[in-house]
Design a protein. Structure first.
Length: 401
């Protein structure tokens, strides 16, 4: 009887682990394809996480980096709810709670999928990146939609700049038989980004490329820097994909740029805050309604925004100086840990993965900084997967947290 109960518990645990794998990768695929199926994936993920934890062998010991990440998320959530003086526009609190679950779920993914097959998470990530490119290229060419399967070009640009480092990594490290698949996918992904003509996307790609230069060997550092400068330079001279026109338009109309007007009006609105609002913010989802009173876009175009398109101003308004400091601490800790592990690693594969994570994190941060509210699902959901992958990577540190 005892033996059968032990076996039943083991089988149940494996079932929940397999369900967790399917839900996490289903969630990632839903985001990459711009589909609403991310919701059922999250529901299944929550059920799977509960089952995995309930059937865990012995007491559950959460690792220090995960506890820090969840703690910071909990502070943002609690502070944002307490400070809010009205209904939360945009369901930012819901997105934040789900993103915390998703990040934790990634850390709970088993090393094995099933009893005999070894699950390779980097291999699964490479497949998802290729699927993204193929699906978006087909959607773009068949429907002539500038945003592919997404509703907005900036969403397509975001996932393009996130997947470009992944595809580049596998184009370098895959076996010869598969390398051409990643090379073609890399070309297709870059083509998609150029087609969006997203200036935040271009800036994010540039930043994600520049940030890894200090971690390269002295020989590769010069080659990488030359490529980073020559490719956009050639695109500008040839005006390929309207690249030069977009850059020239920004330079000519810089002081009339929409974002600058939003920033000025947001600062004027913020200046009227009480001392408590300066330190602790106005709460989650309050910007949407509060900004309408001072917005020239609301009065002239009847167009409203959920954020000032600037994370510093966004967090200052929602969570005050305290929230802005927490934001800087969170990213500082994450980048610092990644950089420390890369610099101390003597294993080339481990070092390469760390550099890859730094590049992806930078691409995501720079792009979303200028385009989406920090607490929106469009930022937090892909960020949750990146943070979860980083937390798994930290396990390779001999000091382990």
């Amino acid at each position: 009887m005892a033996l059968s109960e032990t076996r039943l518990r083991r089988v149940s645990r494996e079932c929940f682990q397999n369900l967790l794998v399917l839900s996490v990768y289903g969630f990632a695929l839903s985001l990459l394809l711009g589909r609403g199926t991310y919701k059922p994936s999250l529901y299944v993920c929550a059920f799977a996480v509960a089952g995995v934890l309930a059937l865990h062998r012995g007491p559950v010991h959460l690792e220090k980096p995960l506890l820090v990440a969840l703690g910071l998320g909990a502070i943002f959530l609690a502070q944002g709810l307490i400070a809010a003086h009205g209904a939360i526009s945009g369901n930012f609190h819901v997105a934040l709670a789900w993103s915390m679950l998703a990040a934790a779920a990634v850390t709970l993914l088993p090393a094995r999928f099933g009893r005999r097959r070894r699950l390779t998470h980097d291999g699964a990530a490479s497949v998802l990146a290729v699927i993204f490119v193929v699906a978006q290229v087909v959607a773009y060419m068949s429907e002539f939609r500038k945003a592919g399967l997404f509703s907005n070009i900036h969403y397509l640009a975001l996932y393009s700049v996130i997947t470009l480092p992944i595809l580049y990594y596998f184009a370098q490290n895959a076996r010869a038989a598969l390398r051409w698949v990643f090379v073609l996918s890399l070309v297709g992904d870059f083509w998609l980004l150029l087609k969006t003509q997203s200036r935040p996307g271009f800036l994010a790609l540039l930043a994600s490329s520049l940030v890894i230069i200090p971690f390269l060997s002295s020989r590769n550092r010069g080659l990488a820097l030359a490529a980073i400068l020559l490719v956009p330079g050639a695109l500008y001279v040839a005006d390929g994909f309207g690249f030069a026109a977009r850059i020239n338009d920004l330079a000519i109309h810089f002081f009339h740029e929409e974002r600058l007007a939003i920033w000025r009006e947001t600062l004027a609105m913020q200046s009227k805050s009480s001392w408590a609002e300066w330190w602790f913010g106005h709460g989650l989802g309050q910007f949407f309604r509060d900004y309408q009173a001072v917005s020239s876009f609301h009065q002239e175009r009847h167009e409203d925004y959920f954020s000032p398109h600037n994370y510093f101003l966004d967090l200052l308004y929602s969570h005050g100086i305290v929230g802005l400091i927490l934001f800087l601490i969170a990213y500082g800790l994450f980048y610092g840990k990644l950089a420390a592990m890369v610099l101390s690693s003597r294993e080339n594969p481990l070092r390469a993965v760390g550099i890859l994570l730094i590049s992806i994190t930078t691409a995501d941060l720079v792009h979303t900084f200028l385009t989406t509210p920090f607490f929106s699902r469009h930022n937090l959901y892909p960020l949750s997967l990146i943070v979860g992958a980083g937390l798994r990577y930290f396990r390779n540190d001999p000091r382990h947290g």
